[in-house]
Design a protein around this ligand. Structure first.
Ligand SMILES: C[S@@+](CC[C@H](N)C(=O)[O-])C[C@H]1O[C@@H](n2cnc3c(N)ncnc32)[C@H](O)[C@@H]1O
Length: 271
């Protein structure tokens, strides 16, 4: 049977939603059936399994744990860009960086996708913290998607994705590539080495102790339900240093969450 012709019953959708929620907290709401179906079909084709239930049985079996990770990866939405929600970076420059006087600085991009967010941050630190190279500064960048982390490791981006860079001078942090990568740019080594990439599922335990000066958790909580968001916000609070900053996506304010953060401006909170 051609997987393309396969229908997704509401029972299948319900089962998939449960697996995804249990594995990574993403709350697949009704209305997402077509998206889920097309993402699922890619995995069925890759595995040459031609039945939805057989595939779901497999990923829920002890032998299917590797495929389960690939399935969850396929279910994620990874849209991102350089200088996305640039107000955050302006706020950082004007109100956060001047106060970061300690030698040890820790930033966390908690759902970094293909790397644009942590690399933007690294470039911003280079530009606006003149002594950054003398500090023990690290940007931890984590995501559940190994596909995206591989892209972030490569750090190669097509020219059209660099249009959001605020000024041409930022091109100094990108090397133009030739040959089969002509038309793309690679982040320079000096920027890449400021970023430590790692796989991390926000729903599981976190190996790092913190404290962090700044946490970016943008455009991922939108996929989680309220209890999951609440839990995550509590955990970010624990990991931030007193006075540390939390940036969330502009469509993800914390108004429905119980928290002790001080509201600074839209999508910007301080411990
Ligand atoms: C829409 S992207 C946002 C990227 C970036 N923060 C931004 O704002 O441009 C959301 C990312 O969250 C990741 N994600 C979803 N659930 C996750 C989880 N449970 N743990 C870690 N990352 C997760 C996805 O893989 C995806 O790359």
């Amino acid at each position: 049977m051609n997987p393309m012709s396969m229908q997704l019953s509401s029972k299948d959708f319900h089962r998939i939603s449960e697996i995804v929620y249990r594995s990574c907290g993403i709350n697949l709401k009704p209305g997402k059936e077509a998206l889920v179906r097309s993402r699922l079909m890619k995995r069925l084709r890759a595995q040459r399994i031609f039945g939805v239930q057989a595939y779901l049985d497999y990923i829920e079996s002890p032998d299917g744990s590797h495929e389960l990770a690939l399935f969850i990866d396929a279910m994620t939405t990874n849209k991102t860009s350089f200088f996305r929600e640039s107000e955050h970076f302006n706020y950082l420059r004007d109100h956060v960086l001047p106060g970061l006087t300690s030698h040890r600085l820790r930033f966390w991009s908690a759902a970094c996708s293909s790397g644009e967010e942590p690399y933007t941050l690294a470039i911003w630190l280079k530009e606006h913290m003149p002594d950054i190279d003398k500090k023990d500064a690290l940007i931890l960048a984590t995501d559940i998607s190994k596909r995206m982390l591989e892209k972030a490791h490569l750090a190669v981006y097509p020219a059209n994705t660099l249009k959001s860079l605020p000024s041409p001078q930022f091109k100094k942090y990108f090397n133009r590539l030739n040959g089969q990568d002509a038309g793309s740019y690679r982040i320079t080594d000096e920027v890449r080495k400021m970023v430590r990439l790692a796989w991390l599922n926000l729903m599981e335990s976190w190996p790092m102790k913190g404290p962090f000066n700044v946490i970016f958790c943008r455009n991922v909580m939108i996929y989680f339900d309220r209890p999951t968001q609440q839990q995550l916000i509590n955990r970010f609070w624990e990991l931030l240093e007193p006075g540390g900053f939390l940036f969330v996506g502009h469509s993800e304010g914390l108004s429905a969450i119980n928290h002790k953060f001080r509201y600074m401006r839209p999508a910007t909170y301080r411990k």
